[in-house]
Design a protein around this ligand. Structure first.
Ligand code: FMN
Length: 210
């Protein structure tokens, strides 16, 4: 049965717009795909391995096809486990707040763990970079305080959507859907409610065919 991994990157729980929308999606998904399995990865309640010292050496050993030292092998274990769990999923849903025009550092940490040679991408001088993710669908749920979709004044400031689309594409995702809730801080409470309800409806529609 298909397995869906939901990755949550806002710490704001019930106050979070991106989580509200993702939850509406998942509720509908459960109804329409009763036999699928769903796992939640709450990045604010998950201890990710730090990416330093022996871990980086292990990455370069992999990249240059050099044998690993014992210390590198040990440091790499939790990295490989995290990537295996990501790659086990057939479908990925990520809820993503905009923080300082980019993404929260917990999500960046997760990305630094999973973007690895021979796991999620390959490189050769002849073929260049190739994503190793095949046949997985992805939904990215974005929330931001300002509006970045159509405003000429904010053009070029968004490093949330552009970065996430780049990174998913780099891994090989080709089927990437997105839902955007904006502007969360620059609207009245009524407008904000309307924007979130609209995004939730969009999410429920998408869930049935995801
Ligand atoms: C640390 C931090 C940085 C933020 N930086 C930005 C920003 O650069 N641009 C923006 O439009 N909104 C910014 N916001 C507002 C959030 O994007 C907005 O509150 C959004 O709803 C967050 O998603 P969430 O509700 O799912 O947590 C920031 C919020 C926080 C907490």
């Amino acid at each position: 049965m298909p397995h869906l991994l939901y990755i949550e990157s806002s710490p704001r729980k019930e106050r979070s717009a991106s989580i509200k929308i993702a939850k509406a999606f998942l509720d509908e998904y459960k109804k329409t795909h009763p036999d699928d399995t769903i796992e939640t990865l709450d990045l604010w309640n998950t201890e990710l391995p730090s990416f330093d010292g022996d871990t980086i050496n292990a990455k370069y050993s992999l990249l240059h096809a050099r044998p690993e030292s014992d210390a590198e092998r040990k440091a790499w274990e939790p990295v490989a486990k995290t990537i295996d769990n990501f790659m086990r999923a057939d479908k990925i849903v990520i809820s993503i707040p905009m923080w300082n025009f980019g993404i929260p550092y917990k999500l960046k940490h997760f990305i630094d763990i999973i973007i690895q040679p021979s796991y999620t991408f390959s490189y050769s001088p002849e073929a260049g970079y190739k994503g190793l993710v095949k046949n997985k669908s992805a939904l990215l749920v974005f929330a931001s305080g300002g509006a970045y979709s159509s405003d000429m004044e904010t053009e070029g400031l968004d490093h949330q959507r552009s970065y996430m689309n780049l990174i998913m594409g780099f891994m090989g995702f080709t089927d990437i859907k997105s839902i955007i809730a904006e502007p969360m801080l620059m609207s009245t409470p009524e407008e904000k409610l309307e924007i979130i309800e609209g995004a939730k409806a969009e999410a429920r529609n998408l869930a049935a065919t995801f």
